[in-house]
Design a protein around this ligand. Structure first.
Ligand code: ADP
Ligand code: MG
Length: 243
């Protein structure tokens, strides 16, 4: 009863500019289809803004956002082939685990038989079988992030955006979650964009890497290059390796 494999789409930000009053951001980036791309960078460097531009929660002041071959710049979030998990899990406190996940399929929770199957499968896959009827407050922090991940998974979209979803978890739980993301990626083949401030998460998940600094893309490469002795100096400096 595996869901059909959903091939990942490439994501492109072409000469995108986005300014807040006191902050200028400029992004020109192509994210590889079906790969895991980890985004790192200091607090305030623009990581969340980059994901929000892809998801459509923000619209660039100039430039284009493409997903696959489609120009999505003017599309609302609901029309984009994307799902996102946030640092705060945004679960509904009065809804059960299964209902929170079901919202990923139907905002009014009118679930068909195949929706219910997808929910059950996502709960099993994220290690939540047996906890369907619990409320968010009856779960641990790690379990709540699993629910948020399951809710994104049931949407079965070609692009999965993860904005520091495991930042509040301890190292052992974070390792489990990073491994789960890698396993889900191997099964589904979606494009994963993973924001983290933990270098060990980036090393563990491996793949493409982007280093943001001060609202721009300071370096791109892959995990081996980034963590090798010839890695980008700004990145090495940021994670505390000698440049
Ligand atoms: P990161 O996720 O890397 O910490 P953000 O994308 O959240 O960075 O923020 C990038 C920059 O934009 C920061 O300088 C931040 O202060 C600014 N910023 C973010 N959100 C807002 C907002 N709603 N209003 C004004 N400035 C903002
Ligand atoms: Mg952020």
């Amino acid at each position: 009863m595996n869901q059909p494999r959903q091939p990942g789409s490439a994501v492109e930000l072409r000469d995108v500019s986005f300014d807040y009053e006191e902050t200028r951001m400029r992004f020109d980036l192509r994210i590889e289809a079906g790969a895991i791309t980890t985004i790192m960078g200091p607090s305030g460097s623009g990581k969340s803004t980059l994901l929000n531009l892809i998801a459509g929660f923000e619209t660039p002041q100039s430039g284009r956002v493409l997903i696959g071959t489609e120009d999505m710049t003017d599309m609302p979030p609901s029309a984009r082939p994307v799902s996102m998990v946030f640092q705060e899990n945004n679960l509904f406190a009065h809804l059960t685990v299964a209902q929170n996940v079901g919202l990923g399929r139907s905002p009014a929770l009118r679930l068909s038989e195949s929706d219910r199957l997808a929910v059950t499968e996502a709960l099993t896959r994220t290690g939540l079988a047996g906890k369907e009827g619990r409320l968010p407050r009856e779960l641990s922090g790690g379990e709540r992030q699993r629910v948020a991940l399951a809710r994104a998974l049931v949407r079965n979209r070609p692009v999965l955006l993860l904005d520091e979803p495991f930042a509040s978890l301890g190292p052992a739980l974070r390792e489990d979650m990073v491994d789960l993301v890698a396993a889900l990626h191997a099964e589904h083949g979606m494009t994963v964009v993973f924001v983290t401030h933990q270098p060990e998460d980036a090393r563990r998940i491996a793949g493409n890497m982007v280093f943001l600094d001060n609202g721009t893309i300071a370096a791109t490469g892959n995990t081996a290059e980034f963590f090798g002795k010839d890695g980008p100096p700004a990145f090495r400096n940021y994670i505390g390796l000698e440049a």
